[in-house]
Design a protein around this ligand. Structure first.
Ligand code: G3P
Length: 216
């Protein structure tokens, strides 16, 4: 699985989010590889309408539905048809207790859940919550222009995969091209999380296609 985190870049917001999501969905069909998109909260509903099965939320809050001004409990995502929720991204960390409560709630809603972790230790800790996926991303390599998780931390990818054999591991941070994907998959990762190299590319569709070549 390839998950494209739109974050809040201008190049992946509003109309740009729709065209990027369409490129992702077209290529997913063409290559036969699941590609999920993770638009910002304001674009999520529009994108979920066109691609419910592959649209994920970037975060959700543990507050109960109702008196929760400005928070987004997971039930709201279920209502608009998203497929899954990403939790604990290094840009939006959650306390372990909240993670635990959220995983149960998200699962009861029949949504998929991916928990991000910054290190092997955190990956092992969150594996106790048995999410559908764990995403290992070293924060210092996120949006790196020079290197990638596959180049800088191959040993950690391998160790995370070995330490958690029962949960599919995705890896991300600085992933740029099909070679990064190929190396990561060879080390046992089951998917890739990406943002800047796709979103900031002059041709976003070609950048996604190049990553998908890494599965071939
Ligand atoms: O969630 C994916 C993201 O954090 C990776 O970002 O820009 O390094 O591909 P980037």
């Amino acid at each position: 699985m390839l998950i494209i985190n739109f974050k809040t870049y201008r190049e992946s917001s509003g109309e740009n989010a729709i065209s990027l999501a369409n490129s992702a969905f077209d290529l997913s069909k063409e290559y036969g590889i699941p590609v999920c998109v993770c638009p910002n909260m304001l674009d999520l509903k529009d994108i979920a309408r066109i691609y419910a099965g592959g649209t994920w939320a970037q975060h959700c809050d543990p507050d109960e539905r109702g008196r929760a001004t400005g928070w987004i409990p997971p039930e709201l995502y279920k209502d608009i048809g998203v497929a899954g929720v990403v939790l604990n991204h290094s840009e939006h960390k959650l306390q372990f207790e909240n993670l635990k409560r959220l995983v149960d709630r998200v699962r009861n809603l029949d949504l998929k859940v991916l928990i991000f972790a910054d290190s092997i230790e955190e990956s092992i800790n969150v594996s106790a919550l048995t999410p559908d996926y764990i995403g290992y991303e070293p924060p210092e390599l996120i949006a790196s222009k020079d290197t990638s998780v596959a180049k800088a931390k191959p040993d950690v990818i391998e160790n995370v995969v070995k330490a958690i054999p029962n949960i599919p591991i995705l890896v991300g941070a600085g992933v740029k091209n099909q070679e990064d994907v190929r190396v990561s998959l060879k080390l046992g990762a089951r998917g890739i999380a990406v943002a800047s190299s796709v979103i900031l590319a002059s041709d976003q569709k070609s950048a996604i296609a190049d990553l998908l070549q890494g599965w071939k």
